[in-house]
Design a protein around this ligand. Structure first.
Ligand SMILES: *Cc1c(COP(=O)(O)O)cnc(C)c1O
Length: 355
């Protein structure tokens, strides 16, 4: 039976990515060797890394003055690298969820943190609005998509200070005006590649303004200077990332992907709103198009486990909600085909008929 992969991360990758990655594990670039066993400094792999970084610049229309680097350590390492490199005295953070608050915790190790707004008191069911960002901060940090709670900031905020963003779970899901940001980072395992590589897009001019000594490995300038080859990069995830980027290009780029994402999310939210058994968990205007969270309506609460088994029997994988929200979460990342979303909707309709 076909499985429909709604996992929150690591998550679905395009068939193109998986097929080409599997082929390279057997024989990479006609070298007669597996990509798992070649030098990261071989001309064949350097070409992969260069092409992937160049494609990111093209797909996201990255202006000059920015560099793209691949690092290890996940998005979680960026929670500390961003303040290490950019926080001289004070930074502003928007608290919209677990990942945002993890980033805040790390930033506090490096200076003063002004949490400009938080929706924690409402279990992060909405995106705070109307907050003010002090003009004397070194930067403003936010999380564009809250993977756990299913809220999203689907526009590029306009602020008077430098801006840093964790785009781990919605990168390449829409066009982004990179010129508004000083640093964008994203762990690969939601929308790009298997876990192990993190994508960073950084404005070079934003670096070098802090006094503290930065360990070599944690200094963005090290990796920019060495073109992501200062030490051994995550070779296989970078190869997979290149395949996903090629697939994005073939789909028509991020504009086309955004259209498909909006469509997929709209049909699922419509069903959640229509179906008597279910309801959404977050403010409608802040709904994420990547992670769709929903729960059983109060009068059907006892059916939750039954629906989980019913959906599993129909091939749905990874729809259990995060423990901090409960219910269900369907992650509709870029590689998710509309047909899988339709299969989930059919499942919800059929379950409704039985009750
Ligand atoms: C998954 C996720 C993270 C954590 O990423 P790691 O690579 O596991 O460190 C951080 N931020 C967001 C928004 C995420 O979705």
């Amino acid at each position: 039976m076909k499985k429909h992969n709604f996992s929150a991360g690591p998550s679905i990758l395009s068939e193109f990515t998986i097929k080409n990655t599997a082929a390279a594990v057997e024989n990479f670039a006609g070298m007669g060797l597996s990509i798992l066993e070649i030098s990261h400094r071989s001309k064949e792999f350097v070409a992969v890394s260069d092409e992937a970084r160049a494609m990111i610049k093209t797909l996201l229309d990255v202006p000059s003055g920015y560099e793209v680097v691949f690092l290890g350590g996940g998005a979680s390492l960026q929670f500390c690298m961003v303040p290490y490199n950019l926080l001289a005295k004070k930074a502003a953070y928007l608290d919209t969820g677990t990942w945002a608050s993890n980033a805040i915790k790390e930033a506090k190790l490096f200076g003063e943190v002004d949490v400009v707004a938080s929706s924690k008191e409402a279990n992060y069911t909405y995106i705070p609005k109307g907050y003010t960002i002090p003009e004397d901060v070194d930067y403003f940090h936010f999380t564009s998509n809250n993977t756990i709670y299913g809220t999203e900031i689907r526009y590029d905020p306009v602020v008077k200070v430098r801006m840093a963003c964790d785009m781990s779970s919605d990168i390449f899901s829409r066009p982004v005006d990179v010129s508004k940001y000083d640093i964008i980072y994203a762990g690969a395992q939601k929308n790009l590649a298997p876990a192990g590589v993190t994508l960073i897009i950084v404005r070079e001019e934003a670096l070098g303004h802090v006094e503290r000594a930065i360990p070599t490995m944690l200094d963005y300038r090290t990796h920019i200077k060495k073109e992501s080859m200062f030490n051994t990069p995550p070779v296989l995830p970078i190869y997979s990332a290149l395949q996903t980027l090629k697939w994005y290009k073939e789909q028509g780029g991020v504009e086309a992907i955004e259209k498909m994402n909006l469509d997929k999310a709209a049909i699922l939210y419509d069903e959640i709103d229509r179906n008597k058994l279910f309801r959404g968990t977050v403010a409608i205007e802040d709904r994420s198009i990547m992670n769709v969270c929903f729960i059983m309506n109060d009068e059907y609460k006892e059916l939750e486990a039954d629906f989980a088994s019913f959906a599993a029997a129909a091939g749905m994988v990874g729809i259990k909600g995060h423990r901090s929200v409960g219910g269900f979460r369907a992650s509709l990342y870029n590689a998710m085909p509309k047909s899988s979303v339709e299969a989930l909707i059919t499942c919800m309709k059929e379950f409704e008929k039985q009750h």
